[in-house]
Design a protein around this ligand. Structure first.
Ligand SMILES: *Cc1c(COP(=O)(O)O)cnc(C)c1O
Length: 397
């Protein structure tokens, strides 16, 4: 809510770097960290007017802080959004967006292929407030999705590319359906990052990110953000400034610095990921490999239409199922076995036993998370070292 230098229309990279908070009296070049919980008032009238919202200024860091405002402003420029609110984690962004906009009795229509914790939120916790949902599968037709929309439906929710299967959803189609029925389309754009895909262009009303992934890009901080129109963000802001999921100023500062290198980092992530996907596609021990920018991907054309490049995640299945999968993980030397993604360090995970273990076997079947599925978040190490580690773990020295 503080004053941010208003820039003319510029390119993505320039906006990412040059959208900056006002300099302090020290005229620092790089933005400082404002580690302060509150802000002071000039006098009684200033205090009254500030609380009455007659002034656009910082009051308390649960509401706003110069560092979170700078982070928000940068992401808004990247996504082409009017406004946003920054959260302590991606899940705080997902939950507070739902909680601020949905009422008891409301219904949402969601892609079945969503982040594991979002799935738990929909199935275990939103029902406490009588908010129900119906899932549609990755291959659902327009008619099948539309048939799920009821008078109480207020929102369509989706992620693309999906986690961990990197399937692609048709955002324009979902946007069209949302518009036709006067409901919201909310897209979790975490896997693409704002550099590769801007869902608002395809008709989304709100875009959510876990800043923990490609935005930070170095596996250091948790963060989340929701961006969209002033009107919708105002509702989320009013709810969230009371419920208290605000992002720490320090983490916001880290993220704003990270965004300055997002474009160059993501370019290299995508280049490495495509090279790994091509290598795996020819490997005899690999049953199938999925990467949005491989021509063999079932939604290759759609991926090309929606995204600038394929992202950092490659999914593949090792020949031999669970047993072969475990052997593969135990043989990995360079890559990390970890649950994060979008990090400089390449990471391998086994979704069926980790991030998606809370899903029932039937649910895993429906979302294509087979026991042998491996997810690689391809990092920024030299591609030959990444490929060499995976090759040796597959049993090829
Ligand atoms: C990680 C992730 C989240 C949750 O973000 P946190 O920062 O871990 O809370 C939400 N959606 C997707 C697609 C994610 O990958």
């Amino acid at each position: 809510m503080d004053k941010i230098q208003i820039m003319k229309k510029r390119e993505f990279e320039t906006n990412a770097i040059r959208t900056q908070m006002e300099r302090s009296s020290f005229l620092e070049h790089s933005s400082p960290v404002y580690l302060t919980s509150s802000f002071v008032f000039e006098d009684a009238e200033d205090m009254r007017a500030s609380f009455a919202e007659e002034k656009d200024r910082n009051i308390y860091s649960r509401y706003s802080n110069p560092n979170s405002s700078e982070f928000i402003e940068r992401v808004c420029k990247m996504e082409g959004a009017e406004d946003g609110f920054a959260f302590a984690s991606g899940m705080a962004a997902v939950f507070n967006t739902f909680a601020a906009l949905l009422e008891s009795g409301d219904h949402l229509v969601s892609s079945r292929n969503i982040f594991g914790s979002t799935h738990s939120l929909l199935t275990q916790f939103l029902p406490k407030w009588k908010i129900s949902h119906d899932y549609f599968g990755i291959t659902a037709t327009e008619e099948e999705i539309e048939a799920l929309i009821r008078p109480e439906t207020k929102m369509i929710y989706a992620e693309s590319p999906t986690n961990p299967g990197v399937d692609i959803l048709d955002l324009q189609l979902l946007g069209k359906l949302a518009k036709k029925h006067g409901i919201l389309l909310v897209v979790d754009n975490c896997f693409a990052s704002p550099y590769l895909q801007q869902p608002l262009k395809f008709g989304a009303d709100l875009v959510i990110h876990s800043g923990t992934k490609l935005m930070d890009g170095q596996g250091r901080v948790l963060a989340g953000i929701t961006v969209g129109s002033h009107e919708l963000i105002d509702k989320i802001y009013r709810f969230s400034r009371i419920t208290g999921p605000a992002l720490s100023p320090f983490n916001a500062w880290i993220l704003s610095r990270s965004l300055e290198t997002l474009a160059v980092r993501v370019d290299r992530h995508c280049e490495n990921a495509l090279a790994l996907a091509k290598f795996l596609e020819k490997h005899p021990k690999i049953k199938r490999v999925k990467y949005p920018f491989l021509p063999s991907h079932p939604q290759y054309k759609l991926a090309k239409k929606q995204m600038k490049a394929g992202g950092c995640v490659v999914a593949f299945e090792v020949e031999g199922g669970l047993k072969a999968g475990r052997r593969f993980f135990d043989a990995i030397r360079l890559l990390s076995l970890s649950a994060n993604l979008g990090d400089t360090r390449s990471i391998v995970t086994h979704p069926a036993s980790t991030t998606h273990s809370k899903l029932s076997p039937e649910e895993r079947q429906e979302t294509g998370i087979t026991d042998g599925l491996v997810r690689v978040s391809v990092g920024l190490e030299h591609i030959e070292d990444i490929i060499a580690d995976i090759a040796q773990a597959l049993g090829e020295e």
